[in-house]
Design a protein around this ligand. Structure first.
Ligand code: G4P
Length: 528
């Protein structure tokens, strides 16, 4: 097998999805520990503050290094290279999360055993479904009393509409937690709080009849387990690799992340079964990872360490070929050739120094405002990857300058912040207003803070009569012109110059849609 193919096939690129507090941060940390990237553990925990308050978030963002380096956590495990892409913790940054999910090949869903399926998990699952992303499930906090495992699986199947295939099964819960049974390996792994760090450190019984098991967990617990397993094996689905890869079935694990319990069983199974990089669609053809020439797309832009230099890092997922330092690539949108010098690679462990990157990997490109989310890079072919969405904002504000002479800086700042995906901004056709759109309230605070901090612009945001936005498309040029003339009052251009309908009310939007059947009112716009 060629080196390229070999390197591609051993990549596992994924993200963790969960409702806040289910244990995503803790699990991330444990995965890094098992992956030998221990030195990062502190930064994962430190980032936690991000969720708590705007001020915390800002203080933290000042130490930009944390967020940039932990955006992608790469580590070797059992001959595979795992890329864990971080998704922002705060609910207000949903858009970012959605885009990260376009750059992974699979996902890991964390569920709190006491709370079951929660609202944000449902939303994230919907996004995964758009691309049939394979999902593994970790039911966490088994050291606490929770709902019955059968009930939890039922809920996942019913609410998330995906088959469950339990791979491990809990023996007791809360204070009665004795361990888990691995249905495929036929092994009992004993729970010992504070231990169970690695396989070597675990007590494992081979099979339910293994000598000493009944004494260890108690005859009653064992009898109960046998009974439950009979029920589970009868009623649930056996693991089916094809169904998992097609996104129809989720293998389920039980454990306690904070106690290191059940995590390694999950990771072992993950590197064995999770998909290697898959082919990706472009507007013209499908790109296969084993192709020799480099292609990739930018799914995230983030401010870098030093706000003084306004240096920003564009994160590019490699879809085919190989990145090597100093190589030249075509930025398809601008038709310019750029040198990809000094790209950041993300090896969380310093044991392996890498300067090449393969499909599934993410590299960080230094960006001085020329790279946008959704940009495709190739070795010359004018391709454009599809499926990186911009979502219609639901919250709108008009930016009002305290110093009118700073108009130019304001427009520049907003253009750059919208490029990063921090906000979206719209310029109405009929006025000089600058209207900001966001998916979450916190985004406005962050934008105001960064405008002041990085661009020296003091501005306030005021209410504006807009409830939602729709991107306008129309194949019929004449109708389009007519629509534009008749609706100029409600139309604006977004940062990319695309026409957008800013609806003053839901009813207004509905009426406009009825009145103009030839016009498409799209709730998402793909970056192109
Ligand atoms: P998140 O990133 O999904 O928001 O969750 P995070 O890992 O921060 O976990 C949320 C809380 O749940 C944390 O407690 C964490 O310690 C706890 N937790 C995670 N895994 C387990 C587990 O297996 N069992 C139990 N009992 N708790 C778990 P916290 O009090 O919010 O923070 P901390 O001060 O303990 O870190």
């Amino acid at each position: 097998m060629s080196e390229h193919l070999n390197e591609t096939r051993r990549r596992r690129t994924f993200a963790i999805i969960s409702h806040p507090d289910a244990g995503k941060t803790t699990l991330t940390e444990k995965l890094l520990l098992f992956g030998g990237a221990i030195q990062l553990a502190g930064s994962v925990k430190g980032r936690k503050a991000a969720r708590h308050a705007t001020s915390d978030w800002m203080a933290l963002e000042k130490e930009r290094g944390i967020s940039v380096t932990s955006s992608v956590m790469q580590f070797p495990y059992e001959g595979k290279i795992v890329n864990l892409l971080d998704t922002p913790g705060h609910a207000d940054f949903g858009e970012d999360t959605y885009r990260v999910l376009t750059a992974v090949d699979s996902a890991l869903m964390v569920i709190d055993c006491a709370k079951g399926v929660e609202e944000r998990t449902i939303k994230l699952m919907e996004v995964c479904r758009l691309r049939d992303t394979p999902i593994m499930t970790f039911i966490n906090k088994l050291d606490r009393e929770g709902r019955s495992p059968i009930e939890l699986l039922d809920e996942v199947e019913r609410v998330l509409k995906i088959q469950c295939a339990p791979v491990t099964w809990p023996i007791g819960m809360g204070a009665r937690l004795k361990g888990v049974y691995h249905l495929l390996l036929d092994e009992v792994h004993i729970y010992e709080a504070g231990r169970n760090f690695t396989r070597q450190d675990s007590t494992i019984f081979k099979g339910l009849d293994a000598p000493g098991l009944a004494e260890r967990i108690g005859a009653e617990a064992l009898a109960e387990l046998r009974e439950e397993l009979e029920l589970v094996q009868g009623a649930s689905h056996p693991f089916d690799a094809q169904a998992y890869l097609a996104g129809r079935q989720t293998p389920v694990f039980f454990g306690s992340a904070v106690n290191n319990f059940g995590v390694q069983l999950l990771l072992d199974f993950f590197v064995e079964h999770a998909p290697a990089p898959k082919p990706r669609a472009t507007t013209t053809r499908e790109v296969r990872p084993e192709e020799e020439k480099l292609t990739g797309f930018v799914f995230k832009i983030q401010a870098n360490m030093d706000p003084q230099h306004r240096d920003r890092v564009a994160f590019m997922r490699i879809c085919s070929g190989r990145y090597s330092p100093g190589m030249k690539a075509l930025q398809v949108r601008t038709a310019k050739e750029v040198k990809l010098a000094n790209a950041l690679t993300f090896m969380a462990s310093d044991r392996e120094i890498v300067d090449t990157a393969y499909p599934g990997d993410v590299i960080g490109l230094h960006n001085h405002g020329t790279i946008s989310i959704g940009d495709t890079f190739t070795e010359g072919e004018p391709l454009s990857f599809t499926g990186i969405p911009n979502f219609a904002p639901e919250l709108f504000r008009r930016a009002r300058l305290r110093d009118p002479l700073k108009m130019k800086q304001l427009a520049k700042g907003l253009a750059q912040l919208s490029e990063e995906g921090a906000t979206q901004f719209f310029r109405p056709l009929m006025s000089n207003d600058l209207i900001l759109g966001a998916v979450g309230m916190l985004q406005f605070d962050v934008v105001a803070y960064r405008l002041k901090d990085e661009y020296g612009v003091d501005c306030a945001f005021e209410q504006v009569g807009v409830v939602t936005a729709r991107w306008i498309r129309c194949a019929d040029a004449k109708k389009f012109e007519e629509f534009r003339d008749k609706n100029a009052m409600n139309l604006a251009l977004d940062a990319a110059g695309e026409l957008v309908y800013l609806a003053p009310s839901r009813v207004n939007l509905q009426l406009a849609e009825e009145r103009w059947p030839q016009v498409t009112f799209a709730a998402t716009r793909e970056h192109a």
